[in-house]
Each structure stands twice: as C-alpha cells, then as structure tokens.
Design a binder for this molecule. Structure first.
Ligand code: AMP
Ligand code: ZN
Length: 467
C-alpha cells in the first residue's frame, strides 16, 4: 500500500524493512482523564492502517505506549488524592474499555513509561557520553540541540520563522513547552516539591524522565534502532517527534523510523474541542446521548486522515443510517447466495475499488463510498457470485474495523437445525451445564448465529457482517 510520509512529503510504498513483519509505533494516550474523540480519530486511523496491512497479507508488530508519568498525571493524581499508579491504572482501564468498544485491535505490546525508567536513564547516559546532553546545576539534564545538525528536519523548522541560532541556548523544562519555541529540551527533570512521591534515583540525583524520552527508550527496547513506521496526531510532529528523532539518532545511531504517519486533528462544530465551549466529547458522552461506538467509528473514518474532519452530532445520525443501509445490503446479498456459503474467495469482487482506495493513502471515505457502489453492482449477483461478493464486502468491513448492526430474524426464517441446536443449548443452560452450553454457543456462532439469553427464553440473530 502507499501512504503519505511526513518526512519526505511524498507518498511511499509500505514495505517491512525486515522483509517479513511491518513494525510500527504509535504514541499512546496520556492517562490523566478519558480520551476524547479527537484522540480516537488518531487511534482509529492507526487501527485501520494496521488492519489494511494485515488484510493485504502483511503481518504487523504494533507497539503503543501509555504515558503514565508527566506533569499532568502527577498534578491530577495529587488532586484526586491517589498514588500515581492507582490514578493512571484507572484511566488506563477506561481507555482500554473505550478502545474495545470502538473495535480497536489491541497493540501487540503496550509499554508504560514508569516501567522503563532504567532504559531511559541508560539512554541519557549514552547521550551525555557522546556530547549530546548536559546536566544543569539543579540536577536536570538537557538535550543540546546544537549538537544535532539534523534537528528540525521532520517539522521543517528552517521553513518557519524560527531562528535556531538565537534560541539554542535557552532551555525548556516543562513537558509541554511552547510549541513554537526551539530550545534545549529536558531529558531528566530534577525532583521538585510538587512531584510528591513521584521521583526515581539517577546518576544526576532524584528526579523523573522528561516526556519525549519515554518513546525513544521504549522504541529501542521493543523495535530496535530502525523500524518501519511511527505515528501520532499532527500536534506531535513538533516538538515531540522531532525530539524523539534527536534522542534516538544521537544515542543509538540507526535511522529510527522509515516512515512518518500523522493524523490531522478532529474539529468539533468547526473549531477546537474545549471544555469551556462544552463541545469536548468522550465516547461515554456520546453513548449517553444514545449513539453507539460503531457510529462514532464510522464518523471518525468518514474523512481522509490528511484533512481536518469536522465532527457534529448530526454526522452521527447520518452514520446510523449508513450502517443500517450497509447491513441491509449485506443481508440482500446473503439472501441471494443460495446454499453454498462455504466458498472462500481471495479477491474483492465488486469491492475491489474500495480495497484500492484503502491502499491509496488510506482513503477511508473513498473506501466507504466503494462499499455502497459495490453493493449496487452486486445487486444482481446470485449463488457463488453473491457468496464471493459478500466475502469481499466482509474483508473491507474488517479492514475498516466496522461491525454492522445485527438484525433479529423472524422465527420463521430460522432453519430447523439451528433452532434445534439453540433449543439444546437452552436446555443445557437450564440444567446449569455451562460447558455444554458454551460449546453449543460456539457451534452456533460457527454457523453464523448468535444467541441472546433473556429471563424466560432466548432469541436468535444472524451474524451477517463478520467473516
Ligand atoms: P495525548 O493523550 O494528549 O498524548 O494524545 C493522544 C493522541 O491523540 C496523540 O497522537 C495526539 O496527537 C492525538 N490527538 C490529540 N488531539 C487530537 C485531535 N483533536 N484530533 C486528532 N488527534 C488528536
Ligand atoms: Zn511519543
């Protein structure tokens, strides 16, 4: 597949550098509150990238970190009267729950910053010994940007109004320093009273790592000095990713990331999300308004990742209609398949254009459009042709990470053998024979049916949109 690369500003083919597995790193959430739907635009698009690679037959290794120590997590854990560990564990759990609801695949590795303090200290030691970092009087350590001539290449600082020469002797100690100031940035922050119990010993005294360092150290640990792709929202290009490149290139050599994938911000009602405007939405906020996580996912992939996407509540209502239309189209093909549902097809049939769109700079809106035109083109197919088309449709859905609303079938549409199995399961359940009940549930699922238990009975529904 081809994807735009922030560093070279060109579309480039994605190929694993080790010839086998596509290894990529995504900067994960800072766990001091619930992630908002802007954060999830980024995480969902990264998920679609991974799913597209895997659907195309390329195995992946997906690493996404959890930022569990920084200025904000320390400040808010203290406000909450909890230890940093308790506080961040709660928000990490919430993040995972939201991710699952939104259909995000779990990363293969999800390291946290606090668990990698020794690796971060080792990286600082390497930087000091090579002349790229220095300790200040108070025991903080800074990266010396004048020691790395390539500093600013990713974000093209030279094309901005920033004068590197005038600012290189200034220092920034906050994790979130002014986005447009170029300065030596902090690698190790010496202990301050407001840190409370959150400090670790180091060769430079007690303190804690600066935010940019954790990603460099964890990337080195899990992906080595050179890997395939690095990703985050556009706000991370400068300074976060610029600083990661500086740290990693100077400490480890290697070329770091081969490809940079940045997702443009989500806007809400045409502007930035903010608490004071009352338009900062979390997934829970939208669920409370009666929308489903899949409707949210549909909206988030409804725009191309290189363009701003404007979120409105109306767009969720439109997503509901679109998902229902897709489900209806899938049922219509399924009804024309005849008895042969065992056919497996490697291709995409009428959904080839949708697949091509995904491979062409991850054009998710065009892929969604391709689902609808594919359904139209498949409307006269029957038998094996219909079965092959449905297989293609399901592969696109899987790449997009969408599951369609299930429809409860009428009693009369349920085949006798399915009804018999479900009945057998219900009896097993009544007899509290849970193991047999589970086996029969799995058997039904293999045949494409799901059972929902109620108090006095069960209902059967056809699973249509999963492979
Ligand atoms: P954070 O938890 O603040 O570290 O952010 C997690 C991810 O969400 C990062 O990749 C950010 O770049 C990204 N992000 C933050 N705000 C938005 C937004 N409005 N739209 C898209 N991505 C965002
Ligand atoms: Zn990072």
């Amino acid at each position: 597949m081809r994807l735009f690369d922030t560093l070279t500003r060109t579309e480039r083919e994605l190929r694993p550098i080790d010839g086998a597995t596509y290894r990529f790193y995504c900067c994960g959430p800072t766990v001091y509150g619930p992630a908002h739907i802007g954060n999830f635009r980024t995480f969902v698009l990264q998920d679609v990238l991974r799913r597209t690679l895997e659907t195309g037959g390329t195995p992946t290794l997906h690493v996404r970190n959890i930022t569990d120590v920084d200025d904000k997590t320390i400040r808010d854990s203290q406000k909450a009267g909890l230890s940093l560990t308790e506080f961040t564990a709660g928000w990490t759990l919430k993040f995972h729950t939201d991710c699952e609801k939104l259909g995000l695949l779990e990363p293969h590795i999800e390291p946290g910053a606090v668990d990698h303090i020794p690796q971060q200290i080792a990286m600082i030691e390497a930087l000091i010994s090579k002349g790229h970092a220095y300790a200040s009087d108070d025991g903080s350590v800074y990266f010396k940007i004048s020691s790395f001539p390539a500093y600013g290449k990713l974000s093209r600082l030279d094309e901005r109004e920033l004068d590197l020469g005038k600012t290189q002797n200034t220092r920034a100690n906050s994790d979130e320093y002014e986005k447009d100031s170029v300065s030596d940035f902090v690698l190790w922050k010496s202990r301050r009273p407001e840190d409370g119990a959150n400090f670790w010993p180091s060769p430079w005294g007690d303190g804690r790592p600066g935010w940019h360092l954790e990603c460099s150290a964890m990337i080195r640990e899990y992906l080595g000095d050179s890997f395939d792709l690095h990703s985050g929202g556009v706000d991370l290009v400068f300074p976060h990713h610029e600083n990661e490149i500086a740290q990693s290139a100077c400490a480890c050599g290697g070329h770091f990331a081969s490809h940079w994938f940045h997702i443009t911000h989500l806007l809400v009602d045409g502007g930035k999300m903010s608490k004071s405007l009352g338009n900062l939405y979390t997934l829970s906020d939208l669920e409370a308004r009666g929308f489903s996580p899949m409707e949210v996912r549909y909206v988030l992939i409804g725009g191309h990742y290189r363009k701003q996407l404007n979120f409105t509540l109306e767009s969720l209502t439109a997503a509901r209609e679109a998902l229902a239309k897709l489900a209806k189209g899938a049922r219509s093909i399924a009804a024309r398949m005849g008895g042969d549902t065992t056919l497996t097809s490697a291709g995409f049939g009428p959904f080839q254009a949708a697949w091509d769109s995904l491979n062409n700079d991850l054009n998710t809106p065009a892929a969604l459009g391709g689902l609808f035109t594919g359904l139209r083109d498949a409307s006269s197919l029957t038998g094996n042709d219909a079965a092959a088309a449905l297989a293609g449709f399901n592969r696109i859905l899987k790449a997009l990470g969408l599951t369609l609303p299930e429809e409860i079938s009428d009693e009369t549409e349920i085949p006798d053998d399915i009804q018999a199995l479900a009945e057998k399961r219900w009896q097993a359940r009544l007899a509290k024979n849970w193991a047999e009940s589970d086996t029969l549930r799995a058997e039904l699922a293999d045949l494409g049916w799901t059972v929902k238990d109620g108090k006095d009975g069960y209902t059967l529904a056809r699973i249509i949109a999963t492979l």
